[in-house]
Design a protein around this ligand. Sequence first.
Ligand code: TRP
Length: 454
Amino acid sequence: MSERKSIHGEWSSGMAFFLAATGSAIGLGNIWRFPYLAGENGGGAFMLVYLACIVLIALPILIAEITLGRRGRESPLNTFRRLALDEGRSRAWAGVGFIGMLSGIIILSFYSVVAGWSLEYIWLSLRGAYQGASADRTDQLFSMLTSSPWQQMFWYTLFLALTLIIVARGVRKGLERAVWIMVPLLFVLLAMLVAYALVVGDAHAAIVYLYSVDFSRLSGHAVLLAMGHSFFTLSLGIGAMIVYGAYMPNRLSIMRAAISVAVADTVVAVLAGLAIFPLLFARHLPVAQGPKLIFASLPAAFGSLPFGFLFGAAFFALLTLAAWTSAISIIEPVVSWLVELGWSRPRSVLAVGSVVWMSSMLIDFSLNVWSGITWQGRTLFDLFNFVSSDIMLPLGGLLIALFAGWVISERSLRQELRMNRGALRLWLWVLRYVTPVGVLLIFLNALGLIRGAL
Ligand code: TRP
């Protein structure tokens, strides 16, 4: 166990860590991204590959991130540098922390735009804006929103401001206090929405769709998406879980904490599917709509179901809450690093916030005034979403796995993890061999190299 203390403070209990890390993990990924990815890539088969990636690739890295964080007790960048020096290795490992911060900024810039849509939809739901509307009409409503740069800007600026206020208040007074309220509320809302969907929706069709496994619909690219999403949904690859681990009290078991977070996150992804698809199927709405699934199709379902405007508002409130507790974890790695450079927390938050706000503006414009600018048919929004989650996160994760598995000595890991020797060996073996090889194979497969060679 390391004697180091974090200058940023510490979570007050195991529950506080669990809520913070679960709040980070559960986000747009579970409720917005996962359903549309599963919808587009063949339902059940995609789900199975995703689960395999969670167990064999993401969970071992989650354990590694928390362990590194708690041992270094600094921002991800400084943690990498310090732990590498401890082991007599190159300080260049700090570069992994640096790339992570960049990925975080890219992710947050489209994340906040989507969270902004979600905020606006709470308001639209309460106003009854899509009451009785057809799917074409709700699709149009959504296009109107994304084609108006200023309206969109208003909402993501509001979302970013809400996020920055919490981070500016620090670990105990900001992050911890926020998650104590928001995460339990999130579970209550989700339970309510699942119950609603099962009562008024077509649960049977949803279950057949989500759980019938048809591997013929699964491409190499889909496997890459499933892996990228396993990183995205557990907040891996940028150091978010490193920094949350840096605030974790020494007495807590890392293994137990990591498993609880992964289980809670997966349960929420499954429940989110059960809250959404029965409604879509009940109204025969299109399910393979990509990133606009939740905003273009789902409102048409709410608009024609009993108390739809209320449950619609609850749904988008859930989505906003989930995004909010995640967004704070995406910028904390950068903010904590600036604080370690000697800046005050409010100033660091303002600096990071301005950069993110400007790159959100790029994303905003890419959907309207600059929508003509594309690269291989993808807008900047699609590119940021794809490149960060499906390329940068797995690469970051791969480097983290190599660092924890091969650079840090087994003795140091044992001191920090303090667990049963057999379980530790198993984890380390998976982290050293299975995880990196898995990431590489999936990359090659997506590039078509393996299939080309066969
Ligand atoms: N896990 C969150 C979600 O599912 C998003 C998120 C939070 C994230 N922190 C992150 C993604 C760090 C990647 C890296 O929506």
